[in-house]
Design a protein around this ligand. Structure first.
Ligand code: U2F
Length: 573
């Protein structure tokens, strides 16, 4: 069956269920953004020009909202608790519905069992027949539940699973044996999935797929009206829970802010004003999403205090014409030095409260400064008050951008068909580097560039992203492929590692190897200049963009990307 775009959300709203604040929040959001989704569907439909899309059977099992996982989120929806996850799940459900797929939603283990057709009880009665779904979107809690109730059959079907994972999972943490042996084992990771099956809230590491969410979009009339009505000395503080306002160390910069601006907050309170919030702050209490947007339309500045990390609110503020001011973290926060990230399956270094805003948006919409330097802070505030900015939303956070990306993943990502190494192991010694008669891969040196580009050869298996997007680079010692590709204005593409994990790639880069060995090591393929040792990757599960080692220069499969849609290469649609 062909999937047809849907512009009406009513059947989706019926599917979501009732009885919990989290569900009501998600439904309110769906209703509020419905017309925006409808327009986006029409645009993407026109862009794809009648292309055949198969309607997939999709199960969405929201593990963290099940009673069985404790559901600590729902009771806090109206009390300043995290909403970012709910925002994302609401948008994922809407995107899948609008793309026209056949959707089932489960929010309890009982529903999960019903949909999968496994008898109630634990593990002992695994699913014997085929999986009744093409795709299952879930989270880490849902994975645990499926393991408990599907038993060993989970292993057989896991290529159909996508794990919504806010902060991301790096390959070294995902690989069970490797994580156990090398100190990467956490409570969350080690599912031995393909790392691209983890889908994140921001494009953290290209090892995972970037799922994202959406923000409100404005037309030109709304934009100019917002710009006309901006109140230059009005600031809104990012932080809906009183604990985010704990003032140790914050008095200084808050005083400076207060000297120039009227400070507003949206901090949850029950009866009394939270003591953490200074008296001069105009606190509106926690606002419904649309009222927060209205407040942001007037404000000039949205200011972060360092927590929460990497939420949706800064994008909403920037989309409503605010400048987002945030603290730089020096040293960066990570699972190695910060309580919040401890135990998360990633070593990613978080350079500010919102690295996406810092790195992908930047000035004039985003300013990242050292809050301990009062001079720097003071001049940032003055600059913000006198700078005019237009509301801005990166394409990848528009409804059309999200639909385009999710559509591309559904069409092209296949983790069920085993990927053969290329060139095939037994033929590699025969392959020449530049002979056009050669049946093997062919590297061509790009003029004026240190990157090698790939000229796909007729024998190369099809890939997505396609081989035409591949540029091979060597990182510096101690540099990851994430960084090496970024420096060249490209992005690391883990799906293409298998094409550069070979001697031809090493030769193409003119690497001197005395020995070439295949090993299970998350920084391979790589080479040591000093020791003239070269290492290829033995286990494809460990292909890692994030990996780095001071001893090695890495072979990095980089690719181009679309402006405003980093998940997709030019020829990816
Ligand atoms: C992040 O979660 P948060 O929920 O703390 O993220 P925020 O950026 O604060 O915003 C989430 C939504 O809350 C809404 C706002 C955002 O869409 O419109 N909101 C609101 O409705 N009313 C208000 O008064 C204020 C905000 C992140 F998303 C999670 O993944 C992390 O777990 C968490 C901790 O780092 O931070």
């Amino acid at each position: 069956r062909q999937a047809a775009f849907r512009t009406d959300l009513s059947s989706l709203l019926d599917l979501v269920g009732t009885g919990k604040e989290s569900l009501s929040f998600m439904k309110r959001r769906m209703r509020r953004l419905a017309s925006q989704w409808g327009t986006a569907a029409q645009r993407l439909h026109a862009k794809l020009r009648q292309r055949w899309r198969e309607q997939k059977k999709i199960l969405v099992h929201v593990g963290f909202l099940t009673e069985e996982s404790g559901d600590v989120f729902s009771p806090k929806v109206l009390k300043g608790g995290p909403l970012g996850e709910m925002v994302q799940w609401a948008d994922i459900l809407t995107a899948l519905h609008v793309l026209g797929h056949n959707l089932k939603i489960s929010m309890s283990v009982k529903e999960l069992q019903g949909f999968l057709g496994v008898p109630p009880g634990r593990g002992s009665c695994p699913l014997t027949g085929p999986l009744p779904f093409d795709l299952i979107y879930t989270d880490y809690h849902g994975m645990q539940q499926m393991k408990q109730h599907m038993g060993l059959s989970l292993k057989r079907h896991k290529c159909h699973i996508r794990v919504i994972d806010t902060f991301g999972t790096e390959p070294a943490y995902n690989h069970e044996d490797y994580a156990t042996l090398h100190g990467y084992r956490t409570n969350w990771g080690y599912w031995n999935l393909n790392s691209r099956q983890y889908m994140t809230m921001f494009p953290h590491t290209p090892d995972n797929s970037f799922m994202g969410f959406v923000s409100e979009e404005l037309n030109d009339t709304e934009k100019s009206s917002i710009m006309r009505n901006k109140v230059n000395n009005m600031a809104v503080v990012y932080g809906k829970e009183a604990s985010m306002w704990k003032l140790q160390g914050k008095e200084g910069f808050l005083q400076i802010l207060h000297r120039y601006m009227e400070v507003h907050g949206t901090v949850y309170y029950e009866t009394q004003r939270p003591p953490e919030v200074p008296a001069y702050v105009k606190n509106h209490g926690l606002l419904p999403q649309h009222e927060l947007q209205t407040l942001l339309r007037k404000a000039k500045l949205f200011i972060g205090f360092g927590f929460p990390y990497e939420g949706p609110a800064p994008l909403e503020a920037i989309a409503n014409g605010c400048i987002y001011l945030q603290p730089k973290f020096h040293p960066p926060h990570s699972s190695l030095n910060h309580e919040f990230f401890r135990g998360k399956p990633t070593s990613r270094e978080v350079s500010s409260q919102h690295p996406y805003a810092e790195q992908y948006i930047g000035r004039p919409h985003v300013m990242t400064v050292d809050y301990n330097n009062s001079q720097e802070f003071d001049s940032a505030i003055r600059e913000i008050m006198s700078t005019k900015v237009e509301p801005y939303l990166p394409y990848e956070y528009t409804c059309e951008g999200m639909l385009e990306r999710v559509h591309a993943y559904i069409e092209h990502q296949d983790f069920c068909t085993p990927e053969a190494p290329f060139p095939p192991a037994n033929s590699s010694s025969k392959l020449g580097l530049s002979s056009s008669a050669s049946p093997g891969p062919l590297f061509v040196l790009l003029p004026n560039s240190s990157a090698l580009t790939w000229a796909p050869n007729a024998n190369a298996p099809p890939a997505w992203p396609p081989l035409s997007s591949l540029r091979l680079l060597a990182s510096q010692e101690g540099q990851s492929c994430v960084e090496a590709c970024q420096r060249a204005n490209l992005v690391c593409e883990p799906a293409l590692f298998r094409f550069v994990n070979n001697r031809e790639a090493l030769r193409g880069l003119e690497v001197q190897c005395e020995v070439v060995e295949a090993e299970v090591n998350h920084v391979f393929p790589a080479f040591s200049v000093l020791r003239r040792e070269c290492g290829l990757q033995k286990d494809p599960l460990l292909y890692s963009c994030a990996g780095l080692s001071p001893k090695y220069r890495r072979l990095c499969p980089c690719r181009d990307y679309r402006r405003g849609q980093v998940a997709l290469c030019r020829d990816c649609l």
